[in-house]
Structure formats: C-alpha cells, structure tokens
Design a protein around this ligand. Structure first.
Ligand code: ZN
Length: 115
C-alpha cells in the first residue's frame, strides 16, 4: 500500500473501530456510519476522496480475517493498518516517514536561515 491510500484506510478503520466499540451496532450500519464520517472528515480537511465504500468494506473484511491489522506508530502514536505478515514493532507511519524531499527541503531552508 502506498502512503496516501494507507492514510485514508487507517483513518477509516479508526473511525469504524471507534463506532463498533462505542455503539451496539452491526457491521453494515457501522460501515455506512463510518464511511459517512470518513467523507465528512476529508471534506472538512479538503482532502481528496481516496477510499470507496466498496474498498472500505473490503478493508473491514481484511481486518476481520486478520490479513491486515492495526499497529501504533512509534513516533506519533497514531494507529495504522499494516499487513499482518509485516513486522510491526517499531512501526513508523507514512505521515512520520514521508519519502519525499519535502521534509529535507524544509530542514535545509530552516538551517540556511540560521546562517
Ligand atoms: Zn506516525
């Protein structure tokens, strides 16, 4: 999974888990409620919609059948989806570990301001 779909999948699964642990609700209702909250969240944050309802449902099935599991990021403490076969002690999420030059450029800019 590349990092953007993973962020969206993790966001949705966190919402879904929150609903199922805090409300006595069946999985179809939780899926629909969770998906609605996901859409509201990305709209509020002006994000691109990455996850379809079908994909959200597939994710739930994958988590239930333990193909995917949720593990906390050691840097930010957020919970993220990973493949169950991956090693996830010391997991660092895609937000803390963006593989672009963005972080480096910012750091370089900050450093050049100091000189
Ligand atoms: Zn993180």
């Amino acid at each position: 999974m590349s990092w953007q779909p993973n962020m969206h999948s993790s966001l949705f699964i966190n919402i879904y888990n929150f609903i199922t642990t805090h409300a006595d609700i069946n999985s179809i209702d939780a899926l629909i409620k969770g998906y609605k909250l996901y859409l509201e969240h990305i709209e509020a944050n002006k994000l691109e919609q990455v996850l379809s309802l079908t994909r959200a449902w597939t994710l739930i099935r994958f988590v239930e059948s333990e193909v995917l599991c949720i593990t906390p990021c050691v840097k930010c403490g957020g919970e993220f989806l990973v493949h169950s076969l991956d090693i996830h002690s010391n997991h660092i999420c895609g937000l803390c570990n963006i593989p672009s030059r963005a972080g480096k450029t910012k750091k370089a800019a900050a450093e050049s301001r100091l000189h």
